[in-house]
Design a protein around this ligand. Structure first.
Ligand SMILES: Cc1cc2nc3c(=O)[nH]c(=O)nc-3n(C[C@H](O)[C@H](O)[C@H](O)COP(=O)(O)OP(=O)(O)OC[C@H]3O[C@@H](n4cnc5c(N)ncnc54)[C@H](O)[C@@H]3O)c2cc1C
Length: 408
């Protein structure tokens, strides 16, 4: 049993100002704690939490985990995302929600065949629709169903030499850039949070009571603390800090640096929200007709490694980013009608991304790869040191609530 805290106001260091750290800091500060929020980047939500596709997972993506363990793990966080984020940013999420649900298109080289994928999508949709929190999702799920796209409609959408089946599922996405701006504004408006940007955390020191006593963080500028509790929400830096305080890493671990194309159009386009399933393929998000996310897995995978340290990310100058964006659009354009027209309709485009950290190994074209699972995520606690593996953007506010409750 960790000792009870008997301070009136707790002073907590939250390390990492992505969606995980920011949500934790806001819950803690509003619960009466004093928070020091530290990040190596010069801005809040500058990495993966700003530059991702914003799928608010119900579990459909993990068809290669038919045990449904991943779906069970991700579902409560996905259902809680909207109410929790709305409470954090103190406004409705509606403007950020993609105007339509996802279409899962099964590639001929999918690691899960179309019939098995169909059964899996139906099982996940049933789980979501019958969950007590089903009404909290981005769209009401009570009557949600999976619809198989008829052959004629599929011909009109996709290259049928490559795409063997299509299913409409109720899963939706949000614009993570929109959310990141509102989270940064919420932090700026919160007097209980002291923000230290451009500050890299390199270690942690503790007194004779170890993790059960006060903790001090170490940065290149010196020591900062003592704190009543420290939350490690460093994502790509998390395992390294855990190791620095003597905690063993999990048995399998991998880092991937992935980028995608964030594109604004001059006129509204009707390209659907698509996931090419299941394997190293791509996605299209069309949030509001004019603001899109486009990814092609192999093109956007700039670095990968299995630890203990992060693999180097090659620099991406303007010309390399332009070539990468063209390549993503060419791959997706070969599969989805309408995508090849995007270059002539582009007002602005930006290539950006972040780290994907997963407690798994292998390659996405291997059905046995443990990257097809995301059930081993969440909070590990040692006294006053709490280390949290976010796992997915969509579960971050829900995990943050649990981290803050554990401290308060
Ligand atoms: C291309 C892409 C698409 C994705 N799509 C989805 C999706 O559709 N849905 C979904 O749910 N998830 C998705 N993800 C995963 C999702 O982005 C992450 O799970 C989530 O953003 C992690 O949030 P976080 O706050 O833990 O990490 P981050 O946002 O990365 O924040 C961690 C912060 O820690 C800081 N940091 C790291 N080390 C140190 C250190 N030593 N000292 C100080 N600061 C440090 C970093 O600067 C960073 O700001 C995607 C990821 C990528 C890259």
């Amino acid at each position: 049993m960790p000792p009870a805290y008997n301070h009136v106001v707790k002073h907590v260091a939250v390390l990492g100002a992505g969606i995980m750290g920011v949500s934790t800091a806001l819950f803690l500060a509003r619960g009466g704690a004093r928070v020091t929020l530290v990040d190596a980047a010069p801005a809040i939500c500058a990495g993966a939490s700003r530059w991702n596709e914003g799928k608010i997972h119900l579990g459909h993506l993990y068809a290669a985990d038919p045990s449904l363990r991943t779906a069970h793990r991700l579902l409560p966080g996905g259902l809680a995302f909207r109410p929790l984020i709305e409470s954090l940013i103190v406004q409705r999420l509606t403007p950020a929600i993609a105007t339509a649900g996802d279409l899962f298109l099964v590639h001929r080289r999918s690691v899960v065949d179309a019939d098995a994928a169909h059964r899996y999508y139906e099982a996940v949709t049933r789980l979501a629709a019958t969950h007590p929190a089903a009404t909290h999702y981005l769209e009401p799920l009570r009557d949600a169903r999976v619809e198989r796209v008829e052959a004629g409609a599929l011909d009109a959408l996709a290259n049928r030499d490559e795409i063997v089946a299509g299913f409409r599922v109720p899963e939706r996405s949000v614009s993570t850039r929109w959310v990141a701006d509102r989270l940064a504004a919420a932090v700026a408006a919160e007097p209980g949070i002291d923000v230290r940007l451009s500050t890299r955390v390199t270690g942690l020191t503790m007194g004779p009571a170890g993790f059960d006593g006060p903790l001090t963080i170490v940065t290149p500028d010196g020591a900062d603390g003592p704190f009543d509790a420290v939350v490690n929400a460093l994502w790509e830096g998390r395992v390294a800090l855990d190791a620095a305080v003597g905690l063993a890493p999990p048995p399998a671990w991998s880092y991937r640096y992935r980028v995608a194309v964030f594109l604004d159009t001059t006129t509204p386009v009707t390209i659907p929200n698509v996931v090419i399933a299941t394997g190293p393929f791509g996605d299209v998000k069309n949030y509001d007709g004019r603001s899109l996310y486009l990814s092609w897995y192999d093109t956007g995978l700039l670095a990968h490694g299995t630890g203990p340290s992060l693999p180097p990310v090659p620099p991406l100058d303007g010309a390399a980013a332009a070539r990468l964006a063209d390549d993503v659009i060419a791959h997706l354009g070969g599969l989805l009608h309408g995508v090849a027209d995007l270059p002539s309709l582009t007002a602005a485009r930006h290539v950006a991304g972040g780290w994907v950290v997963a407690a798994g190994h292998g390659a996405l074209d291997d059905p046995a790869s443990t990257l097809h699972r995301r059930d081993r995520i969440g909070l590990t606690r040692h006294g006053r040191y709490l280390s949290v593996d976010t796992g997915k953007y969509s579960v971050a506010p829900w995990l943050a609530r649990a981290v803050a409750d554990a401290i308060l």
